[in-house]
Design a protein. Structure first.
Ligand code: ADP
Ligand code: MG
Length: 262
């Protein structure tokens, strides 16, 4: 066993994020185990997307440390203390993480195959032929073997989102982040995307962190659900318990509101 094998895959250690006077993450502590599937739920504005964006190092945090795979992501250990990480360190550790967004964000001028080859070639320096094989294999995996030459504008929302998942996987991440990946889709297209996520969960040893409004999917898929409220985890637990006997009033209110709306 490697020295890091017992460490959680992701750890937020007292993480704070502010935008001006607004504290969006408030001294957040969150550990995610290796291979664990965690669903994040909570009202709009509670900081769910911010958690994922901080992990992707899309922005800097204002306090605390984020750890990934046993080492600090946001910092480097130096002389017994912690110093803010430089861009090179951020890039190296961040390479372990892949993210899929609500609005796909595919490169519009590239076909599905090229979308999945771009980062492996330019960021990892993988030879084109190898990147193409990898991309083709992943597009097969998400059920798009016959759409490799299609451009995003020629694909349905569900197909585009499956390309986005394949594109993130092409970097061979250890952690996958999903931010409301079915929210922009027509209801009949959600199923095909959720099916891909289910398959990933059962066939791969990926650690997965997903923000979702689909309580049914969270209940069935996640090992743990975290309910966010005002930048903190207000309640967390196994889905069965959190969804059926939430212990916190705010969780109860939120669940009542979302479940009533469907
Ligand atoms: P959620 O995903 O739970 O809906 P977010 O994490 O996107 O919430 O946002 C949390 C809060 O932070 C919101 O009040 C939002 O308006 C604010 N926020 C997010 N990004 C920015 C930004 N770049 N500048 C200013 N405020 C932001
Ligand atoms: Mg959000």
């Amino acid at each position: 066993m490697s020295p890091t094998a017992k460490e959680p895959m992701v750890r937020f250690d007292g993480v704070t994020k502010r935008y001006g006077a607004l504290t969006v993450l408030d001294n957040l502590n969150l550990e995610i185990g290796r291979g664990e599937k965690v669903a994040i739920i909570g009202p709009s504005g509670s900081g769910k997307t911010t958690v994922l964006r901080m992990l992707m190092t899309l922005e800097r945090i204002d306090g605390g440390v984020i750890w990934v795979d046993g080492e600090p992501l946001t910092h480097v250990q130096r002389g017994g203390g912690m110093a803010p990480a430089d861009p090179k360190h951020l890039r190296r550790v961040r390479a372990k993480i892949g993210m899929v967004f609500q609005h796909f964000n595919l490169f519009p001028h590239m076909n599905a195959l090229a979308n999945c080859m771009e980062a492996p070639v330019t960021v990892l320096g993988i030879p084109k032929r190898e990147a193409e094989e990898r991309a083709a294999g992943l597009l097969d995996m998400v059920g798009l073997a016959d759409k490799k030459g299609h451009y995003p504008s020629q694909l349905s929302g569900g197909q585009q989102q499956r390309v986005a998942i394949a594109r993130a996987l092409a970097m061979r991440p250890k952690v996958m982040l999903f931010d409301e990946v079915t929210s922009a889709l027509d209801p009949e297209l959600c199923g095909e995307v959720l099916q891909v996520i289910r398959k990933l969960g059962s066939e791969h040893d990926l650690t997965m962190l997903m923000v979702t409004h689909q309580m049914g999917f969270a209940k069935e898929f996640a090992d743990r659900v975290c309910f966010f409220y005002q930048g903190k985890i207000c309640e967390q637990g196994e889905p069965q318990q959190l969804f059926t006997v939430p212990s916190n009033d705010r969780t109860r209110q939120f669940l009542r509101a979302v479940l009533d709306s469907v």
